[in-house]
Design a protein around this ligand. Structure first.
Ligand code: ADP
Length: 289
């Protein structure tokens, strides 16, 4: 399972991603978290990103693409992943497409969490209050000024991805204003559907299926042979079991041979041996009654 969660800051991507991690046993790849870890560790990437992030602007595409390229290589991402906060620009989306293609992987879904902008500030303020209450360090960009910038960046650079993925037929939208559990259920339904949907032609999944078919080709062939044999046998075999009345009056099941439909010209009436035999039998039956 590989999916993208798309939505503005405060839409609930992180909350839903955590639930998906538990449900599907896949990893959450949040570029925001990774960048914050880099900032905390003081790595070169962290040093580069620190100020940009605090201002609420976007870190350069090349930096985040490199982080993601490295991260999806890790063994824990093999089973699948949820991209949270990535891609955030069309260039990142293109780069992700290339990366996945090189690895023969596909995305199962791109889920947009749609929310009214008016509630975002409230949600972020609540997050700040909750983090403070837990004694956690508040994010440098969780303030009204940076949030405004983050929203501007979302509108200008990330929102166009909705059309980008809609154009590829991959976008599914969920109402992010609903209660958390309802949003989770809606996402669950989308993913259940995605799991059974045939992938686009030439997709990695299709390639995989084709390989599986080739492997089981011999098996399938012999199965088909068997099926056709059974069909032929069924044609020859009597179709109905009917009750046969015996002298003792006990009913026994007997097989009734279905009428044969012959394309050949029927034999002249009088000359048919089987017809005469049939008449005899009928007469005998009548006499018995
Ligand atoms: P939110 O979605 O709540 O704004 P994130 O934790 O996803 O927060 O991101 C925090 C910040 O990290 C962003 O404002 C941006 O500076 C940086 N960032 C995260 N992901 C990306 C990305 N894909 N491209 C560029 N910058 C990013």
């Amino acid at each position: 399972m590989r999916l993208i969660l798309l939505g503005p800051p405060g839409a609930g991507k992180g909350t839903q991603a955590q639930r998906l991690v538990e449900k599907y046993g896949i990893v959450q790849l949040s570029t925001g978290d990774m960048l914050r870890a880099a900032v905390a560790a003081g790595t070169p990437v962290g040093i580069q990103a620190r100020e940009i992030m605090a201002r609420g602007e976007l870190v350069p595409d090349a930096v985040v693409v490199a982080i993601i390229a490295d991260r999806i290589e890790q063994p824990d991402a093999r089973k699948g992943f949820i991209l949270d906060g990535f891609p955030r620009t069309e260039a990142q989306a293109e780069a992700l497409g290339k990366l996945l293609h090189q690895k023969g992987l596909d995305l199962d879904a791109v889920i947009e969490l749609k929310v009214d902008e008016s509630i975002l500030l409230h949600r972020v303020e609540r997050r700040v209050a909750e983090m403070t209450a837990r004694g956690e360090a508040v994010r440098a960009d969780d303030n009204a000024e940076s949030l405004k910038k983050r929203l501007d960046a979302y509108r200008a650079q990330t929102a166009p991805l909705v059309h980008f993925y809609a154009g590829k037929g991959m976008l599914r939208t969920v109402d992010g204003m609903e209660p958390i559990d309802d949003v989770t259920s809606a996402i669950g339904r989308i993913l259940a559907e995605a799991a059974f949907r045939p992938k686009a032609a030439g997709s990695a999944a299709k390639r995989g299926q084709a390989a599986a078919k080739t492997k089981s080709g011999a098996k399938a062939k012999s199965k088909a042979k068997l099926a056709s044999k059974t069909k032929k046998a069924a044609k020859k075999a009597p179709k109905k079991a009917v009750k046969k009345v015996t002298r003792k009056g006990v009913s026994k099941t007997a097989k009734k041979t279905p009428k044969k439909v012959s394309k050949k010209k029927p034999a002249p009436r009088g000359k048919s041996k089987s017809r005469r035999a049939g008449k005899k039998v009928r007469r005998a039956r009548k006499a018995r009654k």
